[in-house]
Design a binder for this molecule. Sequence first.
Ligand SMILES: Nc1ncnc2c1ncn2[C@@H]1O[C@H](COP(=O)(O)OP(=O)(O)O)[C@@H](O)[C@H]1O
Ligand SMILES: [Mg+2]
Length: 293
Amino acid sequence: MALNYQVMSDLNYLTYPHYHSRVIAVASGKGGVGKTNLAVNLGLALARRRLRVALLDADLGTANADIVLGLHPRYHLHHLVTGQKQLSEIIVEAPFGLKVIPGASGLPELADLPERQREQLLHSLQMLDGLVDLLLIDTGAGVDRKVIQFIQAAGEVLIVTTPEPTAITDAYAMIKILNSYHVPVDIRVVVNNARHREEGEITGRKLTTVAHQFLGRQIDVLGVVPYDDMVPRAVRAQSPLLQSYPRSPAAQAITRLSEQLWTGQLPAAPQAELGGVAGFLKRILSFKSEPAE
Ligand SMILES: Nc1ncnc2c1ncn2[C@@H]1O[C@H](COP(=O)(O)OP(=O)(O)O)[C@@H](O)[C@H]1O
Ligand SMILES: [Mg+2]
């Protein structure tokens, strides 16, 4: 399949004059399951195919996508929010042209920002709609209200789990919570750290089966990423897996996953209706007055 994303994104502009970026949150119930590694390398895999991708590091507690990428950003989201810097000044270029918006550990949660800073953030970040085809968001772990709101605002989420029973239970808890609100979210599961394909498939099937049986909800498994020693090795070297070990099993699995995620088709109508980055931001900021609980 020839994936000429540049042509596709130009076509998108023609088809949708007000073309909006697709916004996808990467989340997990349990921490340490591989969200950041998936978000970073998925972003790189898509950027390598000429898709214009930005990665927002929104794990506000422990922002670390920049570390995995070996970047040393001088500025981050905090400087944008306070109006000290423009979006173009905080964005850092990663390999393959991936754009990284560094998070700020300890940044007050976006929805709780004072009015003026919220406006500032909205104004600066919505420019991304013209700049990127996809905004990937690395969120914090857990079913914290803020994380759930991020996911609801994005409209699309990849829930990362491992085959460990605790991770599966927490992933299911997250799916259940997302399903309990009347906010439509497109949920897909990624199984990481599988020791072999079968283990990954069984894990995915467990989740899809319980979701179907107890929630009456159809959930897709986007793919399985194997446990691979090259992942921690790349992290230690602060050189992203897709760049340093592109032929490693995990890198190849993530590349396949990226093709599943973005088949080169035009965005489906519901995605266009979500209103891109601008729509995402408006929803996030509106949650202040409308708590999700
Ligand atoms: N597929 C994998 N194979 C081996 N180790 C992995 C894999 N995915 C992640 N890891 C390791 O697991 C740890 C947690 O990964 P990370 O992406 O930071 O998780 P999270 O963002 O969910 O907290 C890291 O040390 C990373 O190297
Ligand atoms: Mg992380």
